[in-house]
Design a protein around this ligand. Sequence first.
Ligand code: ATP
Length: 349
Amino acid sequence: MASLSLSNIQKTFGTFKALQDVNLEIESGEFICLLGGSGCGKTTLLRIIAGLETKTSGNLMLDSSNLSEVDCHKRNVGMVFQSLALFPHLNVGDNIAYGLEVRGVEKSKRAAKAVELLEVVGLGGLYERKVSALSGGQRQRVAIARALAIEPKLFLMDEPFSALDAGLREHLQIEVKKLQRKLGVTTIFVTHDQHEAMSIADRIVILNEGRIEQAGTPTEVYAKPQTRFVADFMGTNNIFSPVFSAGQDAMLENANLGMPTGDLANVNGKYTIAVRPEYLRLKPASEYSKGLVGTVDFVRLLGASIETELSVGDRSFIHTMVSDRAPEFAVGDRAEIDFDFDHAWVIPS
Ligand code: ATP
């Protein structure tokens, strides 16, 4: 187990800034997900940690050692890529034992470790099997076992499950999380899928254009996003624009939303309100309704939940609720919309 400290990491490719001011403290045994859209710098950051890419500036410390002074192959990092890179000419056991062979570990010890790890990843008995005769999920497990065979200080995974079907992906996410807990190895997992990050990470680090937008537990980044980007990235949101200034009432279509906004940090700032669909509240509108009134455009039954889409002028809002009863609204109905203040955020616009 090891802790990792990243200070002011920058990476430029020519004039393009792929990473800027990346600062992050990762605790020993933590499971971190680097999450962000395509091109935000996730893989570049992982490759810098692994030593496969050089940083332009900044500092990387693994416990008390400066990683910049340690060669890639001496960093004691286990890595799993999307394109697994298993050796097709070796059988399963020899693939797993490969890293130990390179490190000069004797044959019987290598084989014993491979057998042990095959059991751990649920492939006991497949030592002699050719890699080409494995299913996609089995290959993934071999790649995980191979990365763990060297007992790495850091376990790095770059979108390892993205090529698998949804069922197998979910199964392996749970497996890898359980395995990581059992072994306690400090882990960094790259993904662009917020559901994957939410389900496995101790902490999610959200990257946008080479910068960290927010780092926090899955609950924190979902329930307390600090920026509009994070709010949008972590799930569907109802954005109650237009923006308003600190000290003003938040209004929409002449309705006062009633949101307490008195203690906003930046009095000169512009703000907007964001609410998750599960915290929107609807009630039938009447001619006496004083609040925000919308028209139901669409009702979708999604198995465990019901989703209702409404519009107010040219804005649309989404409401979800558990489907333990029949939908309360039908297309064309008018509904008064409000929300639970405790679960709404005023975020800088
Ligand atoms: P994806 O999810 O699509 O893999 P990512 O977040 O992992 O994206 P990176 O692969 O880290 O993104 O790339 C970050 C940015 O740096 C991208 O704009 C990419 O085009 C650029 N980049 C990466 N490697 C190089 C390189 N060797 N030369 C030039 N630009 C590069």
